[in-house]
Design a protein around this ligand. Structure first.
Ligand SMILES: Nc1ncnc2c1ncn2[C@@H]1O[C@H](COP(=O)(O)OP(=O)(O)OP(=O)(O)O)[C@@H](O)[C@H]1O
Length: 250
């Protein structure tokens, strides 16, 4: 009867987290459907990374639950992939071995792991760079390699914590277009943290607005823009109305 529940991948229910006397998450609930792109937008220090640490199992919430595909994963690691704000590649390893690392860590032989990741180099715009070292890549390429490594860890749910935050404006804009372009082929559900309202609207199907800490979800916004987007949409009336609305809430 309920189609939403049927294609729900991730469900975060009533999580609460204090660090000592500091109440960081007061009560946060959110959900992500199959192949959905959901952003979490909130002020600095509001607890966005803490939510990811809890969803990935690195931290235990004081209360609340994390369900994935209907199973309880509260406090359990290894199920979702997680890309940090500064997800550095190992400088002494070739790109192919950096990317293959999650598979090797899971017990795959190096040769097999390389074969497995090789087929994704084209889609991630890294073809021809398999045997280069990180210092030989541009900033955008390094982020694409880090994103591919994240994808190799777990392909169906990816947590991306400001992956483009450190890039210059032009590269960042190109990366947003690229991500939007490939995301359908990846069949992944994505949760994306950003401070950038335009980035959130441009990329997302839905946006959760987080309050200052102690954090609660202030609002859930469905981005009713065509799924296929290009940068022209930034001048669209609906896009700008949404941007103004979010600015007022934040
Ligand atoms: N392990 C920890 N121990 C103590 N306090 C912590 C810990 N982790 C986070 N905090 C505190 O919790 C609050 C939220 O931090 P968090 O990194 O989740 O925020 P954020 O929204 O991701 O911030 P930013 O946007 O600046 O990255 C901050 O006040 C931070 O100092």
């Amino acid at each position: 009867m309920n189609t939403f529940l049927n294609n729900e991948k991730l469900k975060v229910e009533n999580i609460k987290k204090n660090f000592g006397d500091t109440e960081v998450l007061e009560n946060v609930s959110l959900s992500v459907k199959e192949k959905e792109f959901v952003s979490i937008l909130g002020p600095s220090g509001s607890g966005k990374s803490t939510i990811f640490n809890i969803v990935s199992g690195l931290l235990k919430p004081d209360c609340g639950t994390i369900n994935i595909d209907g199973k309880d994963f509260t406090g359990k690691t290894g199920r979702v992939s997680y890309m940090y704000q500064r997800d550095l590649l190992l400088p002494w390893k070739k790109i192919i071995d950096n990317v293959a690392m999650p598979l090797v860590l899971k017990g795959e032989k190096k040769k097999k792991a390389r074969e497995e990741v090789n087929k994704y180099f084209h889609i991630f715009g890294l073809e021809g760079f398999e045997h280069k070292y990180p210092f030989q890549l541009s900033g955008g390429m390094k982020q694409r390699a880090a994103l591919l490594r994240t994808y190799m860890f777990s392909q169906d749910i990816m947590l991306l914590d400001e992956p483009f935050g450190a890039l210059d404006a032009i590269t960042r804009s190109k990366m947003q277009l690229w991500l939007l372009d490939i995301i359908n082929d990846l069949n992944a559900s994505v949760v994306f943290i950003t401070h950038d309202i335009e980035e959130a609207i441009f990329l997302s199907d839905r946006i959760y607005i987080l309050s200052d800490k102690p954090a609660v979800i202030k609002e859930e916004i469905i981005v009713e823009l065509p799924k296929k987007r290009n940068k022209d949409i930034i001048t669209d009336k609906k896009f700008n109305e949404l941007k103004k609305y979010i600015l007022e809430i934040l």
